[in-house]
Write a protein of this length. Sequence first.
Length: 157
Amino acid sequence: MPDSSDPMPDSSDPRPDSSDPRPDSSDPRPDSSDPLPESLDQRLEAIARHPFRAKFHLRGRDRATAELSGPSAMRWHAYDLIAKRLAPAEPYKDGKQTPYRGHPVFVAQHATATCCRACLERWHRIPKGRELSRAERAYVVGVICRWIEREVAAGGR
């Protein structure tokens, strides 16, 4: 039985374990399960320079959900959605599996280029065709949650 203080879902625990290989120093992705906000901010700013990605913001019901649910609930939802929709080697309907609205995590996935395996490969250099490792899942969730935090902190636009 999982520890109740454990912030991760048990079946898709994205925390790295000793069997996960660590990226080498030339890898642009953070090498820990909890990347520093500064490194995530730099990555998010680079992605936001792309016109398609820059148009996404939390609005209306999605913003209210993020504000009312709080960061902890958003992290849980992100882990769950990533485990089901993005982590498999060949996700169901890859490239079309992420709605544009309906949940703050969905909006964040499009804003952060974590919406499908092709975007993960292009923007984050996480290759397609294999299941995401625990560290990669944690990285994706970290990117999504950092974007949501920034949007909530920025207030309504």
